[in-house]
Write a protein that binds this ligand. Sequence first.
Ligand code: GBH
Length: 480
Amino acid sequence: ICFADDVSNKLFPDDFMFGTATAAYQVEGAWNEDGKGENIWDNYTHAHPDLVADHTNGDVACDSYHKYKEDVALLKDLGVQHYRLSISWSRVAPTGQASLVNQPGLTYYRNLLQELRDNNIEPMVTLYHWDLPQALQDQGGWLNDSIVDRFGDYARLAFDIFGDNVQYWFTFNEPKQTCLLGYEYGAMAPGIKEPGISSYKCVHNVLRAHAKAWHIYDEEFRATQNGKLGIVIDSNWFEPGSDSEEDQTAAETKRQFVFGWFANAIFNGDYPEVMKTRIAERSAKEGFSASRLPEFTDEEIAYIKGTHDFLGVNFYTSSLVNATSEPAIDTPSWDKDGGVLEYVSPDWPSSASSWLKVTPWGIRKQLNWVSQTYGSPDIVITENGVSEDGSSLNDTIRVDYYRDYLSNLRDAIDDGVKVFGYTAWSLMDNFEWMQGYSEKFGLYSVDFTDPDRPRTPKASVEYFKKIISTRCLVDTCVES
Ligand code: GBH
């Protein structure tokens, strides 16, 4: 399929924000420098190097802890309006307790945020991009209810120390991955495999923690700092495998199990009906005395509902979904609770990541669905990007990917979706979690064999620069 002919020639609005993103553990390095505490990714990669594709870790990564000024210079050169970064909890509070701060950690982020301000780049800051302080994991991590207060205290510390320089806050990045890969499949730190039970408990506490942070911001900081706070939710677009009513319903069920798990709680106060019903039914048949899906009290529902000023959406790819016969009642699992069949089309172009097929049309459908389902919130695409193997700086796959996804995003604006920004993942090649440094998402290439970690632009840098400076995807655009 060639999408090039269909690329939108409409200008992006003047106030549309273009940016790039990274996350602390993936780029900072300096894992034990200047008083930083150990986090679950330090611990997991050191304990299980064999589980990472190339047996690497984030000990040095892109060395952004020392090279942040160079990173900001690259951002300046790209001409971005914003930069999305995350704070390493254990760098600012080594044991996770906000009462015990690490001054050099606070100084690092204050300097980075100031450097961005001085260069007119708006920071978008995520509090939690998967790197829990190990000391909190040792107390049960997201399964221990006390983490809600610990996160609240950490959020307050961050608002207090950094808030004068931050207008866009996110509590969690992709909490689905924290809880599913971390507690259901055991495929990422902390590597816990308690399917159908602990992932639900994890999400329950993540949602309470999110709400707590929102209320703290709302009550203690909003009046003086005037910023906005939201969450970043990731999901594939789930396209029905056929026009049949069963497949349409199955796709919607999947959307609710993936996106609605978080968004329905934050926008409407509780888990989606289809989750509540299906998990209660299956739990009963499995012999549980109560649903494996925890319940919010009425008080909690009132507390969680409406805890958003805007919404971050990470979007990479799509899946097809078909209805299927009810999975057998045996061991609990989130997948069986969903009870649908997910697959991809062999026609969709590949990338260097097995899970990432190139489906530009999916972003438009996803944006429209999110907008219609949750009452037209303000949305920013907080991540979108594609991987290659690093064999060439001429990354045409990324140029085509950005062009075609952005074209569909531009169409979504015409559809009426209030999407105000786009964030390319990633500014530079970095530690891609269990894939180590083998899958490259960067606009800039990083030489991980050189102690100085030099950054080199790929071809996509030139193209992204041009998009930002012209607000246009093709040679010339028309006024819209
Ligand atoms: C995002 O996750 C993350 O926010 C970011 O940190 C990451 O670098 C980026 O995307 C690119 O992956 O190996 O088959 O078990 C996107 C969601 C979650 C998709 C983990 C890949 C692993 C699939 N990703 N998932 S698999």
